[in-house]
Design a protein around this ligand. Structure first.
Ligand SMILES: Nc1ncnc2c1ncn2[C@@H]1O[C@H](COP(=O)(O)OP(=O)(O)OP(=O)(O)O)[C@@H](O)[C@H]1O
Length: 210
């Protein structure tokens, strides 16, 4: 059976139903359900090792959950600590690849906002941690996908960049997109909902941690 192509006329949505994920033989979380639609932003919190990255990857379809289902309407993009940018290409060319693939509009405004305009000739491998993170977001924005999965999008960013990226996320959801943000940092985003992943950790796993 052929997969149905996404229907851009439908509003984006992302839902998890009774989701459980494990790593090795350890059940990280279970009975996790939520539904997000156009304009929703959800902050996923949880101590180190709770399973936030695992959850993001399961939602993105990169790993199969142990139980439950993920359903979505609309394309998604995942920003994690490994931005999909060729390390050997100059940043501008590496970002241009994504723009060409997904047919985004003129990216120069985004580069300016994210402070990347002067770095476009620099090979990706020479970028600092914060610059790389900003480049990853620029790549995501170039793709014009409605669903953003952001794994620690603010880590390694300076104060000004934290503010910029926060406003870009807010702008994305206000424009009808939706965003899930796994972060240890406080997020100042209007209407933000919060999901504490620790609430879904099975009791035995909590005892093992103690
Ligand atoms: N490949 C793997 N095999 C087995 N266990 C793994 C593997 N990768 C991660 N884990 C374990 O799965 C658990 C969840 O990891 P995950 O990275 O999802 O947590 P996290 O909540 O994102 O943590 P952090 O806040 O530190 O980023 C951790 O205990 C980790 O050690």
């Amino acid at each position: 059976m052929q997969a149905q192509p996404p229907n851009p006329s439908l509003a984006p949505s992302l839902a998890a139903s009774n989701l459980a994920c494990r790593r090795g033989d350890r059940l990280l979380f279970r009975k996790l359900s939520f539904t997000l639609g156009e304009g929703d932003a959800l902050h996923i919190t949880g101590a180190n090792g709770t399973g936030k990255t695992t959850l993001m990857r399961a939602l993105a379809g990169f790993t199969t959950p142990f139980a439950g289902e993920v359903s979505r309407e609309g394309e998604l993009g995942l920003l994690d600590e490994r931005p999909a940018l060729d390390p050997d290409l100059p940043l501008g060319k590496a970002l241009g690849f994504w723009n060409a693939v997904d047919g985004g509009g003129d990216p120069s405004q985004v580069y300016g906002k994210l402070g990347l305009s002067n770095l476009l000739e620099v090979p990706v491998r020479y970028l600092s941690t914060g610059q790389r993170k900003r480049a990853g977001l620029a790549a995501l924005m170039g793709r014009s996908v409605p669903i953003w999965l952001l794994d620690e999008p603010l880590s390694g960013l300076d104060t000004a960049a934290i503010e910029t990226v926060t406003r870009l996320i807010e702008g994305h959801v206000k424009g009808g997109g939706l965003a899930l943000i796994a972060s240890h940092q406080r997020l100042e985003i209007e209407g933000l909902q919060t999901l504490e992943l620790g609430d879904y950790v099975p009791a035995r796993a909590v005892e093992e941690e103690e």
